[in-house]
Write a protein that binds this ligand. Structure first.
Ligand SMILES: NC(=O)c1ccc[n+]([C@@H]2O[C@H](COP(=O)([O-])OP(=O)(O)OC[C@H]3O[C@@H](n4cnc5c(N)ncnc54)[C@H](O)[C@@H]3O)[C@@H](O)[C@H]2O)c1
Ligand SMILES: O=C(O)CC[C@@H](O)C(=O)O
Length: 527
């Protein structure tokens, strides 16, 4: 039975999707301190959070059974993803489910700010009919500067265009063509600050984006600019904003997110032209249903050992690409395991070359599968798709992935070459007919071996009286040989023999095989 800890109030539809699974027990957690969470987290195989619970490095250190942490929302700044990755814990989010909610909240904040709606209602409620204090401005023909033209930024832009605003944007990771197709002019950030009448931030909080809207930015802005942030606190420097509002530079600001959350006190709250909401961007019934369901589906998939769609710490693939690469993952893992058992010495480099159909695919997950197979064989600690690249890097293994392009004799081919301080070995595999994995080269010698179970690898000199004696010695120990492949490049030169055996060949038999004249080595391999 797998235990899932659900924190921060996740919609019932997500809980129901988890409870439907007979092997999953759902535990609804109450708000906990870091210490309290550390004390209980070791019992759980998965955890779901929104933004309140912090999966810190300390919490993750105590998460001894954890397979996956799911974020019912977009931002993953409350999860220490690096710590999770190093521990092999998958982190997934629900990136699409609350886009519209956050977009509409941004539009609501822009309108409320510009037409003084919260302030006017407060005075009306206080018994005053005050028309003079609440003069607004119109959106039409104004310039909206969107910082971060991702899912929410571009949806906000579309709605602003519907209100006849001119939209400019800053996002160095979006192509000119994409922006053009949205009718948006991309600008350098400084230029956006200079031109915009309204500015809305849609950047996540990262090292690069912290305080990107700070003192210098305010000095560049137009007098009377209005600012909205419904993305992440800390992108806007709240002290600098306060100063810019006090000086009259900023005519109004609306924040849904704050550097410190929860927060109920801020100098900004004393300003009449400031409005704030307590991180409500994703708080619509629809968004909460979407993110709860999406994240639950990912948790169920991960706990069953299936692939997840929205992993943030392993490469995510579209279903179309996944359909292409999935059959190669098992083959790749076996190639990694095979070379790990043959190579001696300290591994310095692993070169993985893809050709044929794979030359033009996104092969990053296949490379990870090779590393997983390789490291799982040589390390005691848990190795999985999440931590395999990090573990390889920590061990100083230089991983080179290349896509060769030329077809060769195989429709698809993965060649894994491992170079150590003492040794070098390569093995290549292919998939026949979409499902049938084969090893087809070992150190450039052609073979055609089914990569499964126990195998015996015997490099030798190509001459008579080798194959028979090897087979006889194995047979004499009552071990059944279910397959045998011999590859050579030239008569009398080096050759390789690969046997599929039903049980591993005992050490003493291997020692006898090694004594056969012409045998250059003998190794057991288990896949
Ligand atoms: N207030 C809420 O409740 C709420 C709800 C949903 C999302 N969010 C937040 O809104 C933000 C945007 O969400 P999204 O779904 O649009 O994300 P997204 O990933 O689709 O968009 C982010 C955009 O920012 C750009 N970007 C990232 N770092 C940058 C940098 N340093 N400089 C310039 N551009 C950079 C990226 O290229 C991307 O286009 C996230 O921080 C998310 O957590 C808040
Ligand atoms: O869960 C929430 O209420 C906020 C989520 C939002 O900040 C996000 O990044 O998706």
């Amino acid at each position: 039975m797998k235990k899932v800890l659900v924190m921060d109030g996740v919609a019932e539809i997500g809980l129901a999707a988890l409870r439907r699974e007979p092997d999953i027990e759902v535990v609804i957690g109450e708000k906990m301190s870091e210490d309290e969470l550390c004390n209980v987290i070791g019992e759980y195989d998965a955890m779901i959070v929104r933004s309140a619970t912090k999966a810190t490095a300390r919490v993750i250190e105590h998460a001894s059974k954890m397979i996956i942490i799911g974020r019912a929302g977009v931002g993953i700044d409350n999860i220490d993803v690096a710590a999770a990755t190093a521990k092999g814990i998958l982190v997934v989010n629900a990136p699409d489910g609350n886009t519209i909610a956050a977009t509409e909240h941004t539009m609501a904040m822009m309108l409320a700010l510009t037409r003084n709606i919260p302030q006017a209602w407060a005075t009306l409620r206080a018994g005053k009919w005050d028309k003079k204090s609440f003069m607004g401005v119109e959106f039409r023909n104004k310039v909206l500067g969107v910082i971060g033209l991702g899912r929410i930024g571009s949806a906000v832009a579309k709605r602003a265009q519907g209100m006849e605003m001119k939209v400019v944007a800053y996002d160095p990771y979006i192509s000119e063509e994409k922006a053009e197709s949205l009718g948006i002019q991309l600008l350098p950030l400084e230029e956006l600050f200079k031109q915009a009448d309204f500015i809305t931030n849609h950047l996540p909080l990262t090292k690069e984006s912290k305080y990107i809207v700070g003192e210098k930015a305010f000095s560049l802005m137009k007098d009377g600019v209005r600012l909205v942030n419904c993305a992440r606190g800390g992108v806007v420097d709240e002290q600098a904003l306060y100063a810019a509002m006090k000086s009259g530079k900023v005519a109004g600001a609306a924040l849904d997110v704050f550097e410190k959350e929860p927060t109920t006190e801020s100098p900004l709250f004393e300003l009449n032209n400031f409005i704030g909401t307590p991180h409500l961007g994703a708080s619509t019934e629809e968004a909460q249903l979407n993110v709860a369901f999406d994240v639950a589906v990912e948790i169920v998939a991960a706990l069953k050992g299936d692939f997840v769609k929205n992993a943030v710490n392993i490469p995510s693939l579209s279903p179309k690409v996944m359909a292409v690469v999935k059959p190669y993952l098992t083959l790749a893992e076996k190639l990694g395991k095979f070379v790990a058992q043959l190579v001696g010495g300290r591994t310095e480099k692993i070169e993985i070359t893809y050709s044929g159909d794979l030359a033009s695919q996104d092969v990053a997950p296949i490379t990870t599968a090779v590393l997983k197979g390789f490291l799982d064989t040589i390390l005691q600690e848990m190795v999985n798709f999440v931590n395999a690249p990090t573990l390889a890097k920590e061990r100083g293994i230089n991983v080179i992935q290349q896509q060769a392009g030329e077809e060769g004799d195989y429709a698809n081919l993965i060649t894994v070459k491992v170079i150590s301080d003492k040794d070098e070995i390569s093995v290549a595999g292919t998939i026949f007919g979409g499902t049938d994995p084969r090893f087809v080269f070992i150190d450039g010698y052609h073979v055609d071996a089914v990569p499964e179970g126990h195998m015996l690898y015997v490099p030798h000199t190509d001459k008579p009286k080798i194959i028979g004696p090897v087979a006889n010695l194995i047979g004499a120990h009552d071990i059944n040989i279910s397959g045998m492949q011999v590859g050579r490049k030239s008569i009398g030169g080096k050759a390789v023999m690969l046997l599929n055996v039903d049980t591993p060949v005992p050490e003493e038999t291997m020692a006898e095989i090694a004594k056969i004249d012409g045998v250059q080595g003998v190794k057991n391999v288990s896949l």
